[in-house]
Design a protein around this ligand. Structure first.
Ligand SMILES: NC(=O)c1ccc[n+]([C@@H]2O[C@H](COP(=O)([O-])OP(=O)(O)OC[C@H]3O[C@@H](n4cnc5c(N)ncnc54)[C@H](OP(=O)(O)O)[C@@H]3O)[C@@H](O)[C@H]2O)c1
Length: 278
């Protein structure tokens, strides 16, 4: 995407109601880019929308430049409805940027994972990305430009204990994006993934999102949502001549722990892909 021409871009962000998605939304708002924010938590999305509007003066005069839509990213009809609503709200304009970030996890080995949880993780993390890519790519290709960034994980590149299905979902996303980069090479549409290590977000506050039970995970040394938003912004704002496929964001503190773990003194913290001293 050519961000050098200073014109505001239109960005669609899934999982914008919390954590990394909110941080990306605020960074784009600071620069005056127009936003379509997607999630299911109505109150949280309203709050993020207001925070984005308060971040940039022009949004105070025209609140419609930041808009949200409610829906389940893994539901085909919701995806169709949300992208159509975004394009229609912005007067026929297809998003210049899509940050496909919504995701969910559950700790556990395969024999500790229910079929319902398998379906939920795959529906959200894989089908959700597939549906939005499938809907957005033809629009971006027809215009001859666009940038899609998918929030994967370091667990899309290496596995860890007690997160088998989550790892599988992120490996699937890697394949989806990598193959699609080949299919859309030369069209002006770019795709990239961001692979963060553990990030201190509400994810870790609830087993229903992906973390351990509240209070069990010590997030004090994790990356911040802002760190990851910077990584995602580096893909979005790359020069027109550049095509960044991946930004891997390790955690310097935890990497030191991994060396200890490799010597057999540590234990892997399930769900993070990083090592945690016990
Ligand atoms: N936190 C980490 O340690 C970490 C590390 C590496 C990668 N990641 C990845 O980063 C992404 C964002 O995670 P986060 O840490 O920011 O977690 P988070 O704070 O729990 O946010 C998750 C977001 O995804 C949305 N979401 C979940 N299921 C959805 C669905 N079916 N339909 C629509 N929206 C849905 C949630 O919105 P609603 O609640 O409004 O539905 C929320 O906005 C995920 O893809 C995750 O796999 C996280």
């Amino acid at each position: 995407m050519d961000f050098g021409d200073d014109s505001p871009k239109l960005a669609l962000i899934t999982g914008a109601s919390s954590g990394i998605g909110t941080a990306v939304a605020l960074k784009l708002a600071e620069e005056g880019h127009h936003l379509y924010l997607i999630g299911r938590s109505v109150d949280s999305l309203h709050n993020v929308e207001e925070d984005c509007r308060n971040t940039y003066m022009e949004f105070q005069h025209d609140k419609s430049l930041v808009q949200h839509g409610i829906g389940d990213v893994g539901d085909e009809r919701d995806c169709e409805r949300l992208v159509d609503a975004c394009v229609s709200h912005f007067k026929g304009r297809a998003p210049d940027v899509a940050v496909l970030n919504a995701g969910v996890g559950r700790p556990g080995a395969v024999d500790e994972t229910t079929v319902e949880d398998f379906d939920l993780i795959m529906k959200t993390n894989v089908k959700g990305v597939f549906l939005f890519m499938r809907k957005l790519l033809p629009l971006m290709k027809a215009r001859g430009s666009g940038q899609i960034v998918v929030t994967s994980s370091v667990l899309g590149l290496r596995t860890c204990e007690k997160a088998a299905v989550y790892c599988a979902s992120k490996y699937a996303v890697e394949g989806l994006v990598d193959a699609t980069r080949k299919d859309f090479a030369g069209t002006g549409v770019k795709l990239g993934v961001c692979n963060p290590a553990a990030v201190a977000t509400p994810w870790w506050e609830s087993k229903q999102r992906g973390g351990w039970e509240k209070g069990e995970a010590d997030t004090s040394n994790f990356l911040t949502a802002d760190d990851v938003a910077e990584g995602i912004m580096s893909i979005i704002k790359q020069s027109p001549m550049c095509d960044i496929g991946r930004v891997v964001m390790e955690n310097v503190t935890v990497k030191k722990r991994r060396r200890v773990d490799e010597e057999g003194e540590g234990k892997q913290l399930a769900g993070t892909g990083d090592m945690h001293m016990t």
